[in-house]
Design a protein around this ligand. Structure first.
Ligand SMILES: Cc1cc2nc3c(=O)[nH]c(=O)nc-3n(C[C@H](O)[C@H](O)[C@H](O)COP(=O)(O)OP(=O)(O)OC[C@H]3O[C@@H](n4cnc5c(N)ncnc54)[C@H](O)[C@@H]3O)c2cc1C
Length: 426
């Protein structure tokens, strides 16, 4: 049996481990943390939506949605607790940086049901929303932020999509399914060195001990660039990787403020989703008026939410949801994105034979994790069997949707995706 080592036991690593085990690999997962999903996965807002700038990303999200929808079948085991998809739908408000025509064309091609809403439709269907257009987003310290809107927004509505209620439990579910197939998980196990000879990986050192491997997969989330550096890969990447600090805030008053779909609001620079207990989560979409918090060392990030970020994000949310009451004390969490230069992930081999990457998840790949495990197992099996993916990109066919997803779109050597929104929207 060929041996695979997955570095990282987040939602991506756990999913890859499960699918590699299903493909006949003997799998060991190593994580420097204390358990499954303790990295960026546990900070995830776990929003499930289909709006991306390329067809392949849209089709991947639609395929993965069906995995969440059929979660027990996807896992194939009985467990005491399952994470749950809240399939409440998505309202993506219009904004110049996201092509309305392009999104509709991708949705049609992928077979995703949607409705095009005028501002009148938006006001009729989401009476709790302010439909004003405030583009471009402004700092809340700028008096222009408080000006009246001069026009109104429409939206693209998908009746499907929503959120996963417990992202850490999602990773734990995948790990539990993998464990039943013999996958071994080792925690407090930091990979510090690789054994590479003649352009091929043979193994690695973890906590000072040597482990042999036929293939190694870097699924280290925001630590991925550091691990690539350790392996000496990256020179042939056209897309760079860089960690970025993020805050997501919670508002509890009034409860049930967002009764239906989640809201993508790049117009004001936020996204909002309900939680299963009626609170509201508010995140940001990297508006140009806010400083981007690039990170040098992920292990030294300030993991406390700040009053400044809280006020900025929640005040924007209150503009869209006039009934929202801004709490005095900030509540929320801090996480770190693994940002790829064009906000599109890299799922690929590297210049070292046997060393693979599932990285650059750019704050937008939690939703895709179940299908990412499948596409990585597909990619690894074909490349290990001799396929030249760099020259002849593999096509992954979604089990549920039958969509053809060109894995060249996630290549480390792809041309920069110039249609990206320069934000978490991808
Ligand atoms: C605040 C926030 C909000 C988000 N919201 C959404 C959302 O709404 N929707 C969405 O689709 N996506 C979202 N994302 C993105 C999504 O959560 C991530 O893309 C996903 O969780 C990444 O999973 P991962 O397994 O690749 O990384 P991680 O969960 O970070 O796991 C990487 C693991 O690698 C381990 N590791 C690192 N270095 C080493 C080493 N040298 N040796 C051993 N182990 C190592 C770490 O301990 C860690 O456990 C969000 C992310 C954040 C931070």
């Amino acid at each position: 049996m060929p041996k695979a080592i997955v570095i990282g036991a987040g939602v991506i690593g756990a999913s890859i481990a499960l699918e590699l085990a299903r493909s006949g690999y003997d799998v060991l997962v190593l994580d420097k943390g204390a358990g499954v999903g303790t990295g960026s996965t546990s900070a995830s807002s776990a929003v499930v939506r289909f709006n991306y700038s390329t067809f392949d990303s849209v089709a991947l999200a639609w395929e993965a949605f069906h995995c969440w929808k059929n979660w027990r079948e996807h896992l194939g085991i009985d467990l005491p607790a399952y994470t749950q998809l809240h399939d409440v739908g998505v309202i993506m408000l219009d904004v110049p940086v996201m092509s309305i025509e392009g999104t509709q064309a991708h949705f049609r091609a992928a077979g995703i049901p949607f409705e095009r809403w005028s501002s009148t439709d938006l006001e009729a269907n989401a009476t709790y929303l302010d439909s004003g257009s405030y583009w471009p987003p402004k700092s809340i310290n700028d008096e222009a932020f408080y000006r009246e809107a001069t026009s109104k927004l429409g939206a693209i509505y998908t009746p499907n999509g929503g959120y996963i209620d417990d992202p850490k439990l999602a990773a734990e579910n995948l790990a539990a399914a993998a464990a039943t197939l013999g996958v071994v998980f080792r925690f407090k196990s930091e990979v510090t060195k690789f054994d590479i000879a003649d352009g091929h990986i043979n193994g690695l050192w973890v906590n000072g001990e040597y482990e042999e491997a036929d293939v190694v997969i870097n699924a280290c989330g925001p630590w991925s660039a550091k691990v690539n550096e350790l392996a000496g890969v990256g020179d042939d990447f056209t897309i760079s990787l860089r960690p970025m600090r993020q805050e997501v805030h919670q508002v509890d008053t009034p409860r049930g403020l967002l009764p239906g779909p989640i809201i993508g609001d790049v117009d004001l620079g936020t996204y909002m989703r309900p939680t299963s207990n009626g609170s509201l989560l508010v995140g940001g979409t990297e508006p140009e008026c806010d400083p981007l918090e690039w990170v040098e060392d992920v292990d030294l990030v300030n993991m406390n939410r700040t009053a400044e970020r809280f006020e900025a994000q929640v005040t924007r949310a209150a503009r869209r949801l006039p009934a929202l009451q801004i709490p005095h004390a900030p509540m929320g969490i801090v996480g770190v994105y693994d940002v790829a230069a064009d906000w599109t992930p890299i799922y690929d081999r590297t210049s070292i034979a046997g060393f693979y990457v599932a990285v650059g998840t750019s704050g937008n790949q939690f939703k895709n994790a179940p299908a990412v495990g499948q596409l990585m197992a597909f990619l690894i099996s074909h490349i290990e069997a001799g396929h030249n993916h760099d020259e002849d990109p593999l096509i992954f066919i979604g089990e549920h949707t039958k969509n053809e997803i060109n894995l060249g779109a996630f290549s480390r050597k792809r041309p920069y995706n110039s249609l990206n929104t320069h934000s978490v929207m991808g």
